[in-house]
Design a protein around this ligand. Structure first.
Ligand code: 3PG
Length: 213
């Protein structure tokens, strides 16, 4: 069966870093998308933590259709509906709840749910989720945890997020069960608020060049 996250995996194979974005104003979305693309990224996650989040997803897709844009911090059915209406390519949540699981419906194959234990990972896999977000990665055991999980659960694929940065992204990405890493360091809320598009492009290039060594 072809899954709906196939495009994301292909995009991640080119540039396996997913910036986790907190966008305060929709006007920031288009220049931010361009800055990320200029740096070589192919995927971005816009969190729904600000009122501008949904509009920012729409604006990023309009400004940069080639960038895969996901919705992050998707917590309930309303978040799923708004994200899909805005054109989100994928969904990310910090965990899973019975209500969110039910609300996902046919969009389940687009969701990357947060997990922090082997039991959660096994449950989400059983429910049909294809990529799991180890979250918060640094607290849930980081690289050693992913190495340990690969023994009994080699079929699971992860996108660790939370505590990933320039210093350890390469260590995560060296693991065979890591598809991509997520993190806010590429484009922090302060970078975005300051409109530091050149700085974001620079950090993106540095991060991609560090992991290709
Ligand atoms: C988040 O929840 O904001 C993400 O997990 C990013 O975490 P980070 O700021 O540690 O990269």
């Amino acid at each position: 069966m072809t899954s709906s996250l196939t495009s994301l995996k292909l995009a991640a194979a080119k540039a396996p870093i997913v910036p986790v974005l907190v966008i305060g104003a929709v006007e920031q979305a288009a220049p931010l998308a361009k800055a990320l693309l200029d740096g070589g990224l192919t995927i971005a996650e816009v969190t729904l933590r600000t009122p501008a989040g949904v509009g920012a997803i729409e604006a990023m897709k309009a400004a940069a259709p080639e960038l895969m844009v996901g919705a992050g911090t998707v917590l309930n059915g309303e978040d799923v509906r708004c994200s899909m209406d805005a054109g989100a390519d994928f969904l990310v949540s910090p965990g899973m709840s019975p209500g969110l699981l039910a609300a996902l419906g046919k969009h389940k194959l687009l969701m990357i749910p947060g997990v922090a234990t082997a039991s959660e990972a096994m449950s989400r896999h059983e429910e049909g989720f294809e990529i799991l977000k180890l979250f918060p990665a640094s607290i849930a055991g980081g690289v050693p945890a992913l190495k340990a999980l690969a023994g009994p659960l080699p079929h699971l694929q992860f996108m660790p997020t939370g505590g990933v940065g320039a210093d350890n992204a390469g260590d995560y990405l060296a693991l065979p069960n890591v598809v991509a890493v997520g993190g806010s360091w590429i484009a922090t809320q302060a970078d975005v608020d300051a409109g530091d598009w050149a700085g974001i492009t620079r950090k993106t290039k540095e991060a991609l060049s560090a992991i290709s060594r």
